[in-house]
Design a protein around this ligand. Structure first.
Ligand code: ATP
Ligand code: MG
Length: 262
């Protein structure tokens, strides 16, 4: 089968907890997959626009964004930009997107607008990644309705474990109706510091409870990953030899292996 007739695998990076590493994972997984010669579209579905800025696109100056696509004012093609620093395509976001919640409420099939738009370009990519906001809002619902699977980045802390079963159940319960295809792809341990005993314990508990739903790759806490966005670059490109970049490259390879089994 030729590559052009295949359609993309679509993944949400989601966790209703804030600041757990969703955007860092979305941007760096996109860049890692691009370096592994995959055709990637990254969709920024968060009004904060962090994935947009971290991809080297100025969220304040884009002519069209995911907002216009969701409300039917722009085609997805017209709102898609090239991230030169990341090597992938980007559907950007900015503050305007916070209004989408209100605009969508009155629309029919309000939770499937992103899915409808993505349908137009799915044959042009191998992977489509969606960076979700830290909420279980209508925006996140649009992401989850459009996706084949969810990747949950998490820190190995006590409270992370506590909230996790809620999140997993929410995904199963709420979204099974809207999107029967949706699967939990895996839990990604991020900002990991092996010197912290509690983190080791939580990590072991995760593996016990979730088995092979825990990705093998572990992303370490690494300052280079945190510095990269201020340079408009994914960490994977900003400092290729850093431990963080290497870990995300490893994660990219793990995702490609997983997708082959899907
Ligand atoms: P939000 O919920 O606000 O969207 P988020 O889940 O997308 O947040 P990020 O923005 O990716 O989280 O990360 C939160 C902060 O932690 C950022 O300052 C980021 O640079 C930093 N960070 C993320 N991953 C790492 C890491 N592996 N090592 C060091 N710093 C990290
Ligand atoms: Mg984010």
């Amino acid at each position: 089968m030729s590559k052009a007739t295949k359609s993309a695998k679509i993944f949400c990076i989601a966790n209703q907890k804030g600041g757990v590493g969703k955007t860092t994972t979305a941007v760096n997984l996109a860049a890692a997959l691009a370096r592994l010669r995959q055709r990637v579209l990254l969709i920024d579905l968060d009004p904060q626009g962090n994935a947009t800025m971290g991809s080297g696109i100025d969220k304040r100056t884009v002519a069209a964004s995911v907002y216009q696509v969701l409300i039917g004012e722009s085609s997805i093609q017209d709102a898609t930009f090239r991230s030169e620093s990341g090597g992938y395509d980007l559907l950007p976001s900015n503050r305007e997107l916070s209004g989408a919640e209100i605009d969508l409420v009155g629309m029919e099939q309000r939770e499937s607008q992103l899915k409808k738009a993505i349908g137009q370009v799915t044959d042009q990519y191998d992977f489509i990644l969606i960076d979700c906001p830290p909420t279980l809002s209508l925006l996140t619902l649009n992401g989850l309705t459009a996706a084949h699977g969810v990747i949950i980045p998490m820190q190995c802390e006590y409270f992370a474990l506590e909230g996790l079963s809620d999140l997993v159940n929410t995904i199963k319960r709420l979204y099974a109706n809207l999107n029967p295809e949706l699967r939990l792809i895996g839990l990604l341990r991020v900002m990991f510091d092996p010197r912290v005993t509690l983190q080791q314990q939580v990590s072991a508990q995760l593996q016990e409870h979730f088995g092979d739903k825990v990705f093998r790759t572990v992303i370490p806490r690494n300052v280079r990953l945190a510095e990269a966005p201020s340079h408009g670059m994914p960490g994977v490109e900003y400092d290729k030899s850093s431990r963080g970049a290497k870990a995300y490259m490893e994660f990219g390879k793990e995702m490609i292996r997983r997708v082959k089994k899907m």
